[in-house]
Write a protein that binds this ligand. Structure first.
Ligand SMILES: [Zn+2]
Length: 448
């Protein structure tokens, strides 16, 4: 059955039906996506918001940050029960040096991490799903005052917990990390610690799906209510680009093809394939104005990362003290959230993370032949290093298009297409035995 479905996918995608979109869902991933539950997400968020404060520097183990960390860790360990002893969880403590600004003096803080190792010990790929556990009120240095942080970023942490619950039962080749960062509001401290460590230890992080403020569907000021749209932010010019990288980018015009942008497109394609009534908007920015997020330290270390956020933000609730003023309720409380919306954002994350986990990994040494004038395009590549690809899609789009428009399937490791290399952009992705695609890789030029 799987085989037939796969052939069908390949056929249909090779001969696109104009004006119609063919939706073919892998039953295994669909079954996982369907397990994402709004009630679970609500329960986790309410519990997280019930602690007095999850401020990074709060050390209260009864009703503060330490208690919240212990809660998340305990839930991770509970979910690990379904992992046949594979999933582990811990609070990884470290000392964040005082910076005289948002960290007054050296402080011990901790990220809460659940780790589900891949089933293939020779597959080093790591996929990270994250949110930040710390919260704040108006005064970013107030470590004691109420800071429920339901949406910022209780929503992101609840999403991470829900994915850990569901994915604990899966057996993917790659390793999954579920992370509740600390110190986001104090200057991305927890993410910086983990990203620096990952770089120093040469982790093979394939993707970071960072979720920050993902559970509200109604905007302040413009009063737009819409629970069918979310955003994925991805960097345009890589933060780590050097002279050589810039030269390559100019020569192949890959300004709209950073690794993060490929991941963002992948999330849009897979998310919209599996989650009904949800549009994923690609935002060609690293983040919003005046705001940052935990994806950035990973980008600064050369990893592929994106930030997911709700479409319509409500600034009456973010970073505000809980109070009523002129009849208006302020503060980041769970009652302002939309858990059906959060369910869909979580489902999009799950569809993307599970697909990456099930994929065979990216094809290697993808090249396009630019050695001569021609009205065609010739691409070559090599098999992924760790997984087994059944075949490949060559992706094609107009140079002015934001999304890939055609997929050509082959079981070979080369393809010549009767479309001029001057007029289109291309990429190659592997297709696993399940029919699941890897992240696309754009070709580097094969020149004389
Ligand atoms: Zn946040």
């Amino acid at each position: 059955m799987r085989h037939i479905l796969f052939i069908l996918t390949a056929l249909i995608l090779t001969f696109p039906v104009f004006g119609q979109q063919v939706v073919i869902r892998n039953p295994e991933i669909q079954q996982l996506v369907q397990q994402v539950n709004a009630d679970s997400l609500k329960k986790y968020t309410e519990k997280l918001a019930s602690f007095q404060s999850r401020h990074t520097l709060n050390r209260d183990d009864k009703n503060g940050m330490l208690a919240a960390q212990n809660y998340v860790k305990a839930k991770f360990l509970e979910f690990a029960g379904k992992s046949k002893g594979r999933m582990t969880a811990n609070i990884e403590e470290f000392v964040v040096p005082g910076d005289g600004r948002r960290i007054v003096a050296d402080a011990t803080v901790g990220n809460v991490i659940a780790r589900l190792p891949g089933t293939n010990p020779n597959d080093p790929r790591i996929i990270i799903v994250s949110g930040h556990l710390d919260s704040r009120n108006k005064d970013v240095m107030d470590a004691a005052g109420a800071a429920p942080g339901a949406n910022d970023d209780g929503s992101g942490v609840a999403l991470v917990m829900e994915l850990a619950r569901i994915l604990a039962q899966t057996e993917f080749s790659a390793t999954l990390l579920f992370v509740a960062f600390t110190g986001e509001e104090q200057g991305l401290k927890g993410a910086t610690y983990l990203a620096d460590k990952a770089k120093a230890e040469s982790w093979k992080i394939e993707a970071v799906l960072n979720n920050d403020i993902v559970g509200n569907s109604n905007s302040s000021e413009t009063n737009i209510s819409n629970n069918t749209v979310m955003r994925v932010f991805s960097e345009t010019i890589p933060l780590t680009e050097d002279e050589r990288g810039a030269g390559i980018r100019r020569s192949i015009n890959s300004d709209n093809d950073s690794h993060s942008r490929q991941l963002a497109r992948y999330i849009k394609e897979l998310g919209e394939r599996y989650v009904d009534q949800m549009e994923v908007k690609l935002i060609y920015r690293n983040d919003r104005f005046l705001r940052g997020g935990d994806q950035t330290p990973f980008m600064k270390n050369g990893f592929t990362a994106v930030r997911m956020s709700e479409m319509n933000e409500n600034f009456l609730y973010q970073h505000e003290n809980v109070r009523v003023e002129n009849g208006i309720q302020y503060g980041d409380l769970p009652e302002f959230m939309d858990f059906e919306y959060l369910r869909k954002v979580a489902a999009v994350n799950l569809a993307a993370a599970a697909s990456l986990g099930q994929s065979a990994g990216m094809p290697q040494e993808v090249k396009i032949d630019v050695r001569g004038l021609s009205n065609s395009s010739s691409l070559t590549w090599k098999a992924p290093i760790h997984g087994k690809a059944k075949g490949y899609y060559v992706l094609m789009r107009e140079t002015s298009s934001s999304m890939w428009e055609k997929k050509f399937y082959t079981e070979d490791t080369q393809m010549k297409l009767p479309y001029s290399k001057d007029n289109y952009f291309f990429a190659v992705q592997s297709v696993s035995a399940h029919g699941t695609e890897s992240l696309p890789v754009i070709p580097s030029p094969l020149s004389r």
